[in-house]
Design a protein around this ligand. Structure first.
Ligand SMILES: [Zn+2]
Length: 469
């Protein structure tokens, strides 16, 4: 049984919730769960990290490290790493840009290879839970799960023909929606949420402009039936808002309310183009926001997170696509909030953004009782940061240093349910080189079918941005 991971970690500083720094702590883990995080007695740290795998319990000495709860990445499309370094400079919505490979161009095998690479990057950089949505989810969910992280997956559900969207046409085909919803239902039946399973599902409506209201209502019903969250891109672009207003006479948020989606089970990504009344409504609804500060800022837009937080919104963090560094995302979340406020406030501090990436993410998934904090009874999902490096020194305030100068590359070890899934920056369950090479081959073939790889020098990829990403 893979839950029997008993561990005693000593010597590291540990951030317990919310947030007490236990210095040179003893972290005891039994059967994959935290038993206690206590201050070490007199024990002097060992000079270097050493494993003592003795008969009863594995002991690991990690002086000079910082341990934080596993990060919860609330919004990803892991396979879209195939567009990395190109799509970020297109303006917007690479999925709809002529010449760009999209989900419809991927075979299940290619989607798995690319999703595995995205999951490897995320886990390697400290995400122990990912909420992932894309094509071929029934194949990519177990493929990503091979690395040992928690994945909550869904097919990308829509009934607008995305292929025709590239030509600027929002053509609704109910047969597309029906097939995708069927796939999502089958996935939910195959991967029910259980205490020991790391793989689970949700229902991901693509966006209000690419889903008809009848499809949105069906998605709400199915998510309620299975007791799982619903994810959606909300108010991501002006085009989305204008398209929905033209078709329905109301804004996307009002459409979600009308379809029974606006409530605590909703994880709404982006939430950029909201007016004042919508901010208040979203804040009071109990819905969760998946804030994508780096991706949005790179595209020239910002979600009104300061106003949303003041309105009571529950805000977690995600990376969306093209990168999966949640530690860097902490810094972006803090910076873009302060840009909006124009000053430093007690509300937007390192503790706040770490909570977004842990406690709030867990809450959005309905998993507050089991992940997101290093407290007795919670899963031992732990990220070990090597703070002995020059850029962390002098280490005056570890949480401040982590948020302001830390990176995913500083992650040394990762544990999920007490199982070590990253050791010295390398996955323990899979061959890292093989994962990378397989994904490279998949990206190459899909780009070639789409008309050729972009030039490696001065890449110029023509195409106008459209629609929701
Ligand atoms: Zn997205």
């Amino acid at each position: 049984m893979d839950q029997s991971h008993d561990l005693l970690i000593t010597g590291a500083d540990v951030l317990t919730d919310p947030w007490t720094l236990v210095e040179s702590a003893r972290v005891l883990v039994r059967q994959g769960k935290i038993v206690s995080v206590t201050t070490a007695d007199e024990s002097a740290p060992h000079p270097s990290a050493t494993d003592h795998t003795n008969d009863r319990i594995r002991q690991i000495s990690l002086p000079g490290r910082l341990i934080i709860p596993g990060l919860v990445n609330l919004h990803t499309h892991a396979a879209l790493c195939m567009l990395r370094g190109v799509a970020e400079d297109l303006g917007f919505a690479p999925a709809y840009t002529p010449g760009m490979p999209g989900g419809g161009d991927l075979t299940p095998g290619e989607a798995c290879a690319l999703a595995r690479l995205g999951a490897l990057e995320a886990l390697r950089f400290g995400s122990t839970t990912m909420v992932d949505t894309y094509v071929h989810a029934s194949a990519t969910l177990p493929a990503m799960g091979e690395l040992g992280l928690r994945v909550c997956a869904s097919p990308r559900i829509h009934d607008t023909d995305l292929a025709r969207l590239r030509d600027g046409q929002w053509h609704v085909d109910p047969a597309i929606g029906e097939a995708m919803l069927d796939e999502a239902v089958a996935l939910a039946e195959r991967w029910p949420r259980t205490e020991h399973s790391r793989l689970s599902t949700h229902f991901a409506a693509h966006a209000a402009d690419t889903c008809s209201t009848s499809l949105l209502a069906q998605i709400a019903g199915q998510a309620q039936r299975f007791g799982v969250p619903v994810a959606i891109h909300l108010a991501q672009s002006r085009v989305e808002v204008e398209t929905v207003r033209a078709r329905e006479g109301i804004a996307p948020l009002a459409v979600l309310e009308r379809c029974g989606l606006l409530g605590p089970q909703l994880i709404a990504a982006h939430c950029i183009h909201l007016d004042t009344e919508e901010i208040v409504q979203l804040g009071a609804s109990g819905a969760h926001v998946a804030h994508i500060p780096k991706g949005n800022a790179a595209g020239g837009s910002l979600a009104p997170t300061v106003a949303l937080a003041r309105a009571g919104a529950e805000i977690g963090l995600g990376t969306d696509n093209m990168h999966a560094d949640m530690i860097e995302t902490l810094r972006w979340a803090l910076a873009v909030a302060r840009l909006q406020d124009g000053r430093i406030t007690p509300d937007w501090q390192p503790a706040h953004v770490l909570a977004m990436a842990t406690l709030k993410g867990a809450a959005a998934l309905g998993l507050s009782g089991s992940i997101g904090r290093l407290a007795p009874g919670h899963a031992a999902d732990m990220v070990v940061i090597d703070t002995r490096q020059a850029h962390f020194q002098p280490l005056l305030r570890p949480l401040g240093a982590l948020v302001h100068v830390g990176q995913g590359r500083d992650v040394e070890h990762v544990f999920v349910a007490g199982e070590q899934v990253i050791r010295d920056g390398t996955p323990t369950r899979v061959d890292m080189r093989a994962v990378i090479e397989e994904a490279e081959r998949a990206a190459c073939s899909v780009w070639q079918r789409a008309g050729g790889l972009p030039p490696r020098g001065h890449a110029h990829v023509p195409g106008a941005p459209r629609g929701s990403g």
